[in-house]
Design a protein. Sequence first.
Length: 358
Amino acid sequence: MDHYLRHLRFGRGRAESTTKSYAGHLKRFERWRQSRGLTWEEAARDIAGHLIERRITPRAHPGRGRGRAPSDAALGPALAAIHGFYRHAVDVGEVNDQVLRLLFEVIDCDRLPYGERERSLVLRPRLRVDVRPSYPAHLGPPEATADEVAALLEQAATARDACMVGFLAGLGLRIGQLAAVRREDIHLVPPGRTVPGCAYRHGPHLHVVRRDGHPRGAISKSRSTNVLPVPGPLVMLYAGWLNERRTIPAAATSPWAFVSFDGPAHTAAGQPLSTRRIYGIVVDLAAKAGLRHIHPHMLRHAFGAAASDLDIARDVLQRLLGHDALASQEIYRHAGAARIVEAATLISGRLIEGHDVP
């Protein structure tokens, strides 16, 4: 397993946080396998039993989910980690290749639709977990609404927090991307002007770059570099944060865009923020504003939902969200209630209008 995790981190270039998550899932799987005295091949036949045990076992570690059984959203990555481990173990000859027939359907590409024919053979997991179950209606929409974003901005007591909310919602950044932004990645230049080493000349912009080296492990999920235009309101929010940042002496030499103030726990000022800290800031702002539980990714969903309402072209939204595949943006496209009512009215009007009601 250690060999697989090293391969995942350095051979496949996965983020440190992903590797750490996979390590936890594989540790639980190995503990389960050894407790039953199963070989790797025997364990492969009964992965469903491992998932069932996890599903009915309440979480014991501290956190929001403590005392509750894991959701499908947690079991999905666990299954992905196990599948990835077995594929690697077969590749290096540690496990018999017949195990792949137990775990996957091996499909010839000739049986697939034309758009899916990328390789001669495709492995489809026999056991699947729905990692994106339907969002419970009583919790409200999966995206933060425009009013909720406005309430978060109004509740922000510092220019830094307002700027982070603005970048998460107004640029659709992932939390890891926000935490990993460096000052050198933000170019606030007018249209037609450029920064040395940067050919972009369409105005203020932000470079989303995947790189290692963040002290708290933050990293961009996307492997490719992306350039995002920074509209005027966000330029003003960032300028406000830069003025506030000057009050933190230790921040002057920090390369990171978003850093800490002096904290109640005696944390040193000027340190780069972790994704956990940013998550907590957004959640706390929502609580102070009297909102439902709002977390950073709901602000990215707000960006995608707003783009859908404005009928932004899919290829343009793909660039803005930094997706490698066009289909990845579908989870951010949600038909709002107002648009559904409008559509129903138009359709019924087309079909029923002009008929007398008996």
